[in-house]
Write a protein that binds this ligand. Structure first.
Ligand code: SF4
Ligand code: SF4
Length: 389
């Protein structure tokens, strides 16, 4: 663990304690491909949570009620041009029929539960039915991201209830919820409530980057024996989504997202509709103090830069950073050895940059080498970016 770093500058960023809602965009954009089956016609009315697209990527449910007004090819999804169905919001949030809540989510049979999770397409990680351990990641992947922390803070009781239900339905032996030891409000509230759930172990980990990355977390929390006996890895976002499905048969139509960066006056966590455009989210959620920004999603250190504001908010986006370019010029390597000594998986980034054919398969694309280099050498160009999960 000694080679990990604590990102000190993080302490200077004070995030707004209130979650900002932006749940009423005028238009929603639903990515579609030629292989998808579109379940609604142009000019037809849709209600919120109606199945609108059947797809191999997972079925899609309407985030709002409104009218399907056609198709556009002007939007980007993960920097790729993709056709999108356009829904005009009627702002009525009309649902077909309100599902009555399931009283006790522990009563689901294993197959029934897995079928529901698959049907509503809410879980970003596979659930293994034979694993003996359940590991839940409640640590934000990026030092400037607060999405998971806010999710636990807002829905802690639901998250604990769902983890406990999964633990008994999947018949796992060990269940671990991992958060950082300086996530003070969640440490206090979870410690106070965890006594009700003797099956769940709360694991407090040091706030060092990149602890929230899946591979690093697994390595730091699970023993070799637990790994070899099989385990399921989920995030608190998966757990919250599963809660909504088991409790109310509710698809994922909105989500929390951190909005931060040096071009934003006040960093915050917003609750936004999936399918909103980035342009709408930025316009409605934050004050931009410098218009020369570029957008990075899913982590300032490891995230990907978006090519356009005409990008769609998808269910896998945890954070949006509006950053003004660092004008510092790349200098010559001073052979300080920092990139080598701090790489969390023991690689030599300088060597990888200089040797195109070198094996970079172990690289988790955390961006730490680029962040830490005093000569401002950009390793992302040769190692690429990832989203942390
Ligand atoms: S991006 Fe890859 S090489 Fe650089 S520090 Fe992270 S794991 Fe190591
Ligand atoms: S951190 Fe930068 S300056 Fe130091 S050895 Fe690595 S590439 Fe060179």
């Amino acid at each position: 663990m000694n080679n990990r770093i604590s990102i000190k500058e993080k302490k200077e960023v004070v995030i707004d304690p209130t979650v900002v809602d932006f749940l009423n965009p005028d238009f929603l954009y639903i990515p579609i491909t030629r292989d998808d089956t579109i379940k609604v016609k142009t000019n037809s009315e849709v209600y919120k949570e109606q199945l609108i697209v059947k797809s191999a990527r997972g079925d899609v449910y309407s985030p709002v009620s409104g009218k399907v007004i056609g198709k556009t090819s002007s939007m980007l999804v993960g920097n790729q041009k993709m056709d999108c169905m356009v829904i005009e919001n009627d702002f009525r949030e009309k649902t077909k029929k309100r599902m009555s809540a399931t009283k006790y989510i522990h009563d689901f049979e294993k197959e029934e539960m897995l079928d529901l999770i698959e049907k509503y397409n809410v879980c970003h990680h596979p659930i293994t039915t034979k694993g003996k351990t359940l590991l839940i990641n409640g640590i934000d992947s990026d030092p400037y991201e607060h999405t998971y922390s806010y999710l636990i803070n807002t829905h802690g009781a639901k998250i604990l209830e769902t983890i406990d239900a999964l633990c008994s339905i999947l018949e796992v032996e060990t269940t671990i919820l991992a958060i950082t030891n300086n996530d003070t409000r969640n440490v206090i509230s979870l410690t106070n409530n965890i006594g009700t759930y003797p099956n769940i172990t709360l694991k407090l980990l040091p706030d060092i980057y990149p602890m929230g990355f899946k591979d690093i977390l697994i390595k730091n929390v699970l023993s070799k024996k637990q790994i070899s006996k099989g385990f399921t890895y989920l995030t608190v976002q998966d757990i919250y989504n599963i809660y909504n499905v088991l409790k109310r048969k509710k698809s994922m139509t909105e989500k929390l997202v951190t909005i931060s960066g040096n071009a934003v006056e006040q960093p915050l966590v917003a609750n936004v509709k999936i399918g909103s455009s980035m342009a709408d989210i930025i316009k409605n959620c934050c004050d931009v103090v410098n218009r020369k920004y570029f957008i990075v999603v899913n982590g300032l250190l490891a995230g990907r830069t978006l090519k356009s504001l005409n990008s769609v908010m998808t269910s896998d986006i945890r954070s949006i950073f509006l950053s003004v370019k660092d004008e510092a010029i790349e200098k010559k390597c001073i052979n300080c050895g920092l990139c080598n000594s701090k790489c969390p998986v023991g690689l030599n980034p300088k060597y990888l940059k200089e040797h195109k054919k070198a094996d970079r398969s172990k690289c988790i694309k955390c961006g730490l080498c680029t962040y830490i280099c005093p000569s401002k050498i950009n390793f992302k160009t040769c190692l690429g970016g990832k989203d942390g999960e």
